[in-house]
Ligand binder design. Structure first.
Ligand SMILES: NC(=O)c1ccc[n+]([C@@H]2O[C@H](COP(=O)([O-])OP(=O)(O)OC[C@H]3O[C@@H](n4cnc5c(N)ncnc54)[C@H](OP(=O)(O)O)[C@@H]3O)[C@@H](O)[C@H]2O)c1
Length: 337
């Protein structure tokens, strides 16, 4: 095998799970009962799903507003009149992104791998003294091949799940104060990839064989289960919580991968999957559409709810969701209000 074949082969072994896990899910997921189906689908854009909506007076927070799906989510919500609080890992990133959209925006710094930063972000949002109508946990991270940890656990789990867990919990009173607060968790169908993904309660540090894709899938299952348990805990309030798969979209999400993998991912995504306006549609739909006022605890894709039809899919595993909440609370107890 020559060097070129080796590089292509190695790239394929990482690209294929990344893409195939996203493609094959249609065969294992079906619509849940009793939830209204929307007129929108895979081709719908964020502007289309909000056409005619006036969000003036609404406040939204979008994490990771400076790139990809998050930027488009912020742009369209602001376009429809919402005041969008956009977070970036630095204040400059958030400020530049906010300055690039039309409408009312407030930039805030949020580095999800640093729980003190999450607390400062929540404090800054609370200081605005506004009800929070939409909290879109969009920021996401795919690690490179080298494993990293923070707070004793896998870094991807910290960024994608625990950071958002603290943020949402600290902003619950703002969400409750809104006419109808909504939490939207940007997860991924990676959460139901093969081999079956479960929360590694006994090995959150991922000791042993490290696989960046497993680490990502694990964190995205945590997003879905956090949303499920939050919906359960909020069921006596007006606050709803839903999770989603945005599609496969050429963004900066594979920034930590080898150049060849980024190239292959870009070509596949361009040829076969969604563009960024389509990728933001389900987030924006869940955050703002009037039809979803009473819909909570579901997982959406292409602006419609999906349900895990195979027992090994844990998207709706209530026992796992309840345990994840307890463990997350324990891991972050010094940072919860
Ligand atoms: N693109 C896809 O095909 C796809 C598929 C399924 C799910 N998703 C999910 O969609 C969401 C948006 O991703 P995207 O595709 O738009 O990717 P993206 O362009 O890479 O955007 C990710 C955003 O998250 C931010 N972020 C990363 N690490 C962070 C940290 N430690 N603290 C705070 N913010 C952090 C990034 O900030 P910087 O720019 O400063 O790094 C960026 O703003 C993610 O949750 C991702 O898992 C994407």
């Amino acid at each position: 095998m020559n060097r070129r074949q080796f590089i292509l082969g190695a790239s394929a072994t990482t690209t294929v799970p990344l893409l195939s896990s996203c493609v094959s899910m249609g065969t294992v997921l079906q619509a849940p009962p009793n939830i209204p189906l929307s007129e929108f689908g895979a081709d719908s854009t964020a502007e289309e799903v909000t056409a005619g909506l006036d969000l003036t007076g609404n406040v939204a927070l979008v994490t990771g507003c400076n790139s990809g799906i998050g930027f488009e989510t912020m742009r369209v919500l602001a376009l429809r009149g919402a005041h969008v609080i956009g977070t970036g890992r630095t204040l400059k990133k958030a400020t530049d992104a906010c300055a690039a959209v039309t409408g009312t925006t407030t930039p805030v710094e949020l580095e999800l791998s640093d729980f003190d930063s999450v607390v400062r972000c929540a404090d800054a949002v609370q200081a605005l003294d506004l009800p929070l109508d939409m909290l879109i946990c969009n920021a996401g991270y795919v690690a490179g091949r080298k494993q990293q940890r923070a707070y004793g656990v896998d870094l991807t789990f910290v960024i994608n799940h625990l950071g958002h867990f603290i943020l949402v919990n600290r902003l619950l009173s703002q969400l409750r104060a809104a006419q109808q607060g909504r939490v939207v968790m940007v997860s991924s169908f990676a959460a139901v990839s093969q081999p079956p993904v479960t929360i590694e309660f006994d090995n959150l540090a991922f000791e042993g064989n490290y696989d960046f894709w497993h680490s990502y899938a694990h964190s995205k299952l945590a997003n879905a289960l956090f949303s499920l348990e939050l919906a359960e805990r909020m069921k006596d309030s007006r606050v709803t919580s839903n999770a989603l798969h945005p599609g496969v979209i050429k963004t900066n999400i594979v920034r930590n991968q080898a150049a060849i993998l980024r190239w292959i991912f870009g070509i596949y995504a361009d040829l076969f999957y969604k563009d960024i306006p389509q990728g933001a549609a389900t987030s924006v739909y869940l955050a703002s559409h009037p039809a979803l006022q009473n819909v909570s605890g579901y997982f959406f894709a292409d602006c419609n709810p999906v349900y895990a039809s195979k027992p090994e899919n844990n998207l709706y595993n209530r026992t796992m969701a309840a345990r994840l909440w307890q463990v997350s609370e324990e891991l972050t107890k010094d940072y919860l209000s």
